[in-house]
Design a protein around this ligand. Sequence first.
Ligand code: SAH
Ligand code: F3S
Length: 459
Amino acid sequence: MAGAVYIKTYGCQMNEYDSARLADLLRETHGLVRVDDPAHADVLLVNSCSVREKAQEKLFSDLGRLNEWKAMRPGVVIGVGGCVASQEGEEIRRRAPYVDLVFGPQTLHRVPALLADARARKPRVDIAFVEMEKFDNLPEPRADGPRAFVSIMEGCSKYCSFCVVPYTRGQEFSRPFDDVLAEIAALALQGVREVTLLGQNVNAYQGRRRDGRMADLATLIGYIAHIEEIGRIRFTTSHPLEFGDTLLDAFAAEDKLVSHLHLPVQSGSDRILARMKRGYTVAEYRDKIERLRCVRPDISLSTDIIVGFPGETDEDFAATMALIEEMRFDLSYSFAYSPRPGTPAAAFADDVPASVKAERLARVQSRNLEHAAAISRAMIGRIETILIDRHAPRGRGDLSGRTANNRVVNFPGDGQDLVGRFATVEILEVRPNSLRGRLVGVETDVPSTISKQREAAIP
Ligand code: SAH
Ligand code: F3S
């Protein structure tokens, strides 16, 4: 029976990636088409996130709504995956007995089998940690436009005291070096020009090569840079502790590595960083950034910040604000601390009142937005390189692309189909969520595979 699958996805880019791969898999095994509306699907999946309390809470209210569709249409199957599934397992079916299948981040590839059982009215829970099995059993990725995400590692072994990821996604393990390169080469042949290497802690990447030697992230980047079609390389997320010399050298040597880095700092107070078990001090973080700015003066830096960690005093928070002032981070993420079950910090008294957390969060967010807006304004008049990735949604004939620092730029395309090409644009204006620009030049030296594909696509 062919049909449709709806996959609601929460949380990180790893989850987005997993959902996309799961959709590819279910298309292959069950002929399911991914749809955006649960009303049109007979398989309803939620790829959950448990990194913060709020995301986790949403799961059960979502499930209640999905169950209404199930009640109306017999035969509909409901499944839960992701980190809440990994953490709660059977408990999910206890709280929501109408859930037919539960899978974890590492058992994605087993969903087709679980689905077959669920359809035969045999509910299944499979949240095992099985290293690599997942990647070996997923279909070749399908490109969806000129930008693609590629997972290079799974899990995390950093055990920051507040974070649930090592428990829900398991210990770090890296995909083999050649597998990653083969995936990117396959994407390149489908028209991909920019890759983002994904993992919870990508700079701990240690990929085994065919000859048994290990390769680190910098080596991987160096090899990817040799793939002609790939013009831009990004990676996320990295941890300051492992941001070492080889990566600095990669920033110095590889033009294709963009001048943008997301490097979560979490706090500007050494006392709090130690309680968070981050393994670095503010001075060490600053030192890494200074060294990076020596080789890449134009680097744009974004970060993650947690406010209201247990024991965070006004003084600690002032230190975080001072660091934000000093670093002038570009568009960043900030969160109010919430205790996560099973983490060491959950044993600390969650002693910063909710109102204080909210107030601190608002201050961090507004200062960060001001900095990001100032960075955008400073771009006016500059010539920026963008990758044109789509036709602008609302513009008549407008094209849209992204700068190195991930700003969306819309500009008149004059009826040209330039999606998939690098171009230079002059930035003219800052709009609330994008920039407005004017086309200055378009890449003419398009790699042969890309131009051949374009010819093939012209009717
Ligand atoms: N390395 C990961 C980090 C995962 S969690 C990544 O790729 O994004 C993402 C962010 O959520 C963290 O950097 C941290 O700022 C925030 N976070 C994690 N646990 C949290 C908690 N218990 N409360 C509030 N924020 C948290
Ligand atoms: Fe979490 Fe720290 Fe790893 S934030 S994902 S344990 S680097």
